[in-house]
Design a protein around this ligand. Sequence first.
Ligand code: DHB
Ligand code: FE
Length: 287
Amino acid sequence: MAKIVGGVATTHVPSIGKAIAENKQKDPYWSPFFRGFDYVHYWLAREKPDVAVVFYNDHGLNFFLDKLPTFAVGAANEYRNEDEGWGIPVARAVEGDADLSWHIINTLVADEFDITMCQEMLIDHAVTIPLALMWPGGKRHPVRIVPVSINTVQHPLPSLNRCLNLGRSVGRAIESYARDLRVMIIGTGGLSHQLDGKRAGFINKPFDKLCMDKLAGEPEALTHYSIHDWVAEAGAQGVEFLNWMAMRGALTGQVTEVHRNYHIPISNTAAATMVLENRPMPKRRAA
Ligand code: DHB
Ligand code: FE
């Protein structure tokens, strides 16, 4: 059976791609952020995932405002990136796992999530930057992916609770999948940031800390915030935390935080990286 080994959450700011292309990882501006991935690399080398389910938000490369699904699941064996206009190199195509995608789609629909299924899907910086951070060196990534896109762009957005439950359904799907795969879950975006308007550059460090403190052990505590509250606390693009909530939901066992890095700012964003471990729930003894 497939096994969920844990989750990684990370910021997906495009200028990280430029820093990688220009080999600036050790520059004073960048090193506090890139150093936060040393542990992630150790953890990935130890856990050796075969597949990564990636919760992210598309920023207009695959979906635009004219047609924007709340939840969309990729069901392809390959996902391409294209030029998004950020001045960063187009990333290499990433291998998919269509069979696992269809299993997840079947479970989600059975669980009454009316998702959009995409047999073709372009992946944007919200997928390619996190993959480049986790597996640096420009080589082929050692994981296949199942991309799951959540609308964080055009309101109304799904609630935090809905995204936590979406993740839970994906977690149940993975655990009921017959192939012996080691599966990791990725959530990208955040933490607090706002890219435009009067509050451009807005960052809320105490709120980010609260989010990180609650994520592993008490994610339900964060579901009391409405999307409106979340925009007020975390900025208009801070709602990308919905991807982190879905990632957390997919960790169905005993979840512990094993790593966190937080650095302000990278571009306009409070940059954060976390690793959560997922261990099977202890079996209850029969009475
Ligand atoms: C930035 C942050 C994002 O989440 C994004 O998608 C694009 C840009 C930024 O801080 O520059
Ligand atoms: Fe973003």
